[in-house]
Design a protein around this ligand. Structure first.
Ligand code: GLN
Length: 239
């Protein structure tokens, strides 16, 4: 079996070392004997979504998002077809905001891809915090760090999780991120997947299921990752 991971615009959307998330997906495939190829797309490249199984759209500053939104317009239709066909996407921070209709900033509107029915408005202060969220579809909580000026409104869409500690989508609703078909959008940036191997496996499993109809993943020894995760949950969430 083989998984092809597409990294969109790593030179513009790589604010938090998003390559680390790619590395995590690649390694967790390889440890199971699944071949994993990574393709990086720069902003002048055409993106052949038909050849991709997982797409990563990373974080960026408002300025970089403004630049990238022009490029995204060119691939909007094929990206939408990929999403509607249950293509797997992991979109982080700036990339998450760009999945929606728009991101309104003090310097103007950044048009999004309208792949999911969400929108973002800039607010003050920035929402900066450690964050812990939970969702019963995941075996244990998801931990991370958030730093965003945007408030994202997801309407009736399914969130990635419920906020146990931190701010989440808009600082008020108690929801964080989004799940739409096989799309995961989240404000948890940096080493999201190394810190949360269960989220990494969720993406890999969905990609394998779509491509090969295989939904079982061989277990890996995540004892250290689970212990680190538990430490963070205990540190920030009072029982
Ligand atoms: N520029 C966006 C914001 O501040 C996203 C930043 C980020 O990727 N964390 O809301």
């Amino acid at each position: 079996m083989k998984i092809t991971i597409g990294h969109l615009y790593p030179d513009l959307l790589n604010l938090y070392g998003d390559r680390g998330n790619i590395q995590c997906m690649k390694k967790r495939c390889e440890w199971r004997g699944i071949e994993a190829e990574v393709r990086e797309f720069q902003n002048t490249d055409t993106v052949d979504f038909a050849g991709l199984d997982i797409v990563l759209l990373g974080g960026g500053s408002d300025r970089e998002q403004m630049l990238v939104c022009e490029k995204l317009k060119l691939i909007q239709k094929s990206f939408r077809d990929y999403v509607e066909d249950h293509g797997v996407v992991i979109a982080v921070c700036g990339g998450y905001q760009l999945l929606g209709h728009y991101y309104d900033t003090d310097d103007g509107r950044i048009e999004g891809l309208s792949l999911v029915d969400i929108y973002t408005e800039q607010g003050s202060p920035r929402l900066i915090s450690n964050i812990v969220i939970e969702n019963e579809i995941f075996e244990y909580p998801i931990v991370g760090f958030e730093n965003h000026g945007g408030r994202t409104f997801i309407g009736d869409n399914r969130p990635l999780g419920k906020v146990m500690f931190g701010h989440g989508n808009d600082g008020k609703s108690g929801s964080e991120g989004i799940l739409y078909k096989n799309v995961v959008g989240t404000y948890l940036h940096g080493p999201l997947l190394p810190k949360n191997p269960h989220v990494c496996d969720y993406l890999i499993r969905n990609a394998l299921e779509r491509k090969y109809g295989v939904s079982e993943l061989a277990p890996l020894d995540d004892a250290q990752e689970k212990e680190a995760n538990r430490y963070i949950v205990e540190r920030f969430v009072s029982n």
